[in-house]
Design a protein around this ligand. Structure first.
Ligand code: PEP
Length: 266
């Protein structure tokens, strides 16, 4: 399995966000099902992000399989008096490679602002994790013609001051808030347009080449039925999958579609 830190050719990545589902025992069972299904998989990076209490059991189930483990959140400080929080070193110690940062359910449901997301991105890198940085517009923002403005603001706030190497060692997930958990998937064109805004912003904020190099996933109601159409879009480097990642067969079908839709030469 190739290492994750650098993404010179943007290999596709499909990451499952299990949200607040699956106990440790249920998560371990799902992970074992996935390992079986994905045994002979084509070349696509795969990650699953269980809730904190399931991380250790899932980590054991995934050991040596090449399927990456991720967490759904971290505190920006490495340790301290932060009751109820979990730090990057704790996640790394349990085997996490990734951590989701700035998911819309945290931005909009738990008051995480752009500055907090920027701190968490840096904390993840400090602690040896690859942050999956989520950005995306709400429905009123899209309907008000403000999608690009929102994406520029979120990307700039998160990446300002990061160099090209640190930027390439992150993953961005474009997740329109109106598509998350709603069954309303963005069209491949909508996803491409937004990805291009993100890439252009990185070119300006980080430097020439940063946009082209960046791995950008699409997230929002991806399922086994729509994955192939989405992955036919070359600009999608993979997907962050919520609901459909809770079913091993559905997730496996999405991974298979991601690999099948891979552009030539990648
Ligand atoms: C998510 O949780 O990031 C997500 C995209 O959820 P869903 O696939 O259920 O829309």
């Amino acid at each position: 399995m190739p290492e994750m830190r650098a993404w010179p050719r943007r290999p596709r990545l499909v990451a499952g966000n299990w949200k607040m589902h699956k106990t440790a025992r249920e998560g371990e069972a799902l992970a074992r099902e996935l390992v079986e299904l994905l045994r002979a998989r084509p070349y696509t990076e795969i990650a699953v992000c269980p809730a904190f209490p399931a991380l250790e059991a899932v980590s054991r189930a995934l050991a040596g399989t090449g399927i990456h483990l991720g967490a759904q959140n971290l505190h920006p400080e490495p340790q301290g008096a932060f009751t109820g929080e979990v730090s990057g070193p704790m996640l790394a110690a349990v085997g996490c490679r990734f951590v989701v940062v700035g998911h819309s359910e945290r931005r909009h449901g738990m008051g995480e602002d752009d500055a907090t997301v920027a701190r968490k991105l840096r904390a993840a890198q400090r602690d040896g994790l690859v942050p999956i940085v989520c950005v995306g517009e709400t429905l009123p923002e899209r309907e008000g013609g403000r999608t690009a403005e929102v994406l520029v603001r979120q990307v700039q706030a998160a990446y300002e001051g990061l160099d090209a190497g640190a930027t390439a060692a992150t993953v961005i997930a474009y997740e329109p808030v109106w598509a998350i958990g709603t069954g309303k998937v963005a069209t491949p064109e909508q996803a491409r347009e937004s990805h291009q805004v993100v890439r252009a912003t990185l070119e300006r904020v980080v430097g020439a080449g940063a946009g082209e190099r960046q791995t950008i996933l699409y997230g929002g109601s991806v399922n086994a039925g729509n994955a192939a159409e989405l992955f036919a879009e070359n600009d999608l480097d993979g997907a962050l999958v919520g609901g459909a990642s809770l079913d091993a067969t559905a997730f496996w079908k999405i991974v298979t579609a991601a690999a099948a839709g891979q552009r030539p030469g990648r």
